[in-house]
Every structure is written in structure tokens, then in C-alpha cells.
Design a protein around this ligand. Sequence first.
Ligand SMILES: [Zn+2]
Length: 370
Amino acid sequence: MALPKLLKDLMSLPTAPFLESAVMDYVERTCRKLAGVKIKYDRYGNLLAHYRRQPRKITPLAFVAHTDHPGFAALKMVQPRTLRAEFRGGVRPEYFAGSKVRFWNNGQWVKGRVLKLSKTLPPKLPGGPRVPKEAHIQVGKPIPPNTLGMWDLPEPTLRGDRVVSRACDDLAGVAAMLMLLQRLCRKRARGEVYCLFTRAEEVGFVGAVGAIRARTIPKRVPVISIETSSALINAPIGDGPIIRIGDRVCVYTPQFATFCVRVAQELAGRRKSFQYQRKLMDGGMCEAAAFGAYGYAVIGICLALGNYHNMDTHRRKIGSEWVSFKDWQGMVDLFEALVLDPDGPDAVDDSLRTRIDGLFEENQALLRQE
Ligand SMILES: [Zn+2]
């Protein structure tokens, strides 16, 4: 089997923080073909797609995914074949020297190799690694300033259930949201949903914070942050998409988590092949934390990711990232079920209360015996 076109196309595109135009153009072109989807850019260049068709009287949802991936931006040729470039995103310093890279120059990849890390910043956390800032890179020909660079890794493929790509994070999320919009349009589904495609997440949610300040998503709309997140011992690849109830710094909105879990449970009941996980992914943070800090109701949905940020910890080399294709398909199914849920995120869910009240009624007489 081959990768679906959306995944293959998106994962083949060049992208890096603040240099996401190829991905944005692709998202825009795809959305323009969809009747019922309106698009607009906010003043920071984030793209909002809005699907609305005879909406029911329930609160709509917003999905958010970022369009960048850790990568380089060319600064200056310091010698005829040596480029000084900035690195944007979280990759440990020991992965740089000797690794192969490629720069997207006038519609063509130009290959290169990192000679050395020439500048690092102090660790973000006490005891953590220093933060790579600039590298000297040997390149095949001169590269103009602000050209984007990525690790030189093979084109995306499907191997068994593995989607292997130089950038799953977060093009897998972007593709899943586009797939959702395509499905809703094809089915002429009744409902309303926002899909926000953000910029520069990898340097600290910069696009998302811009979108929050610009009120790109209405404040009353709860936000589902879509991510790939480093697989954990208790959150493995292949056990289904993960409803992420929090991250390294905060927990998300409990009532909204209850809604998502209820919808996932019901979907699992209807469709035996659907699996999901409910986890605290505390390895990192995601855009849900930013939206939550500004008062939005938030939750995360993520895919467990292998070789997080291209760090192949077994071979100690730069390598392709990977996710499970089945997890990805399950994630799109879950998106659809969330959007089409008849009750919506604001309905009061008192199932837990009913259950514990039942236990109380059953046993309360014993409290009085002594
Ligand atoms: Zn990400």
C-alpha cells in the first residue's frame, strides 16, 4: 500500500520555523477546492479554515496543528562553499557535526553537511543540554540568506504500518486536519469546525500566541491541539491516537477531556478496529498549553512519535521520524466523531456522578451501622 496523497505531498514539502510558505500554500490550495470551507490568514500568517454547513445549536470545535518542523535558516556564506546557518527548534547538540542537510533554493534541494556547531546557548533547564543556535555547513553551491534547510533524509514512505518521514511533526497533524475537512465536505456533513494551521511552533508557540492575540479563533470555541509527541513506555506507537490530558507544565481542561474520552469510547463501541489512549504526555509541551494560558478550554490529541525531532537515539544519528499509519487513520476518525457528536462539548456529562451516586445508594446504609 502507498501513503495517502495528502500525507505524501505534505511530508515531501520543505518547511522550517518562520519559513512555512510551501506548506501554507498547499493547505490553502487544498481548502480552496472544498465547497463549504472558508479560509483566511490572520495578521501573523496563520491560516484559518472554517467549515460551516447548517450548524446545529452546539459549540463548534477548533483543531490546531503547526506547519513548521525543526530546521535551518541560512544566514551568510562565510567562504565560497561554507554557509553559516541558524538552527530553529529542539535538537540536541551532539546530533549536528557530520550530519547531512539540504537547502531549498529556487525550487531545488542543494545538499550539504554540517561541519560544526558554531554557537550554542545555555541550557533551558538546569542540567539540560546546551541549545544549538548556529552551525557552519559545507554546501554544494552558494545559498542566499533566509533559505530554509532540513535534514537530508529520504522521501516519505509507508513501511508496513510505519509512516517514515523527515518531518512527521507536525505534518501528520496538518494532513489529518485536511483529511477531516475533505471528509466533512464529501459527506456534506451538518456541523461547524475551525482548523487553524499555525507557524513557528518549534521556537515556542510563536504563531499560536499571535493567533491568540489576534483572536483568530473565537474565545468561546474550545481548542484541540494536534501533535506528534515522543512515544513513552506507557504511550506506545500503534495503540491508537492519544487523548492528551496535559503536558510537562500543565493539565488541560477536565470537562473537555471528559467529552473527548466519551466520544472516543462510543466510537470504540461502534467500531471494533478503533483504539485510543488517554495519557498525560509529560515529555514536552504543545500549543494547548499556550491557548490554555490565555483562557481557552483546551485538550490535546496526539500520535506517539518515533525518533522525536529526528533524533535516532539508538544509532545516535539524525534519522527519519515515524508514526503508525493505523494511529493516524484512527485520529482522523476521532476528529470526525468529535465534530459530528450530537451533544457537543458543552453538554453536561453526569455519567460519573450517576455511577458514584449508585454506589452510594447501594451502600449508604452501612455508613449508619456501627
Ligand atoms: Zn510538534
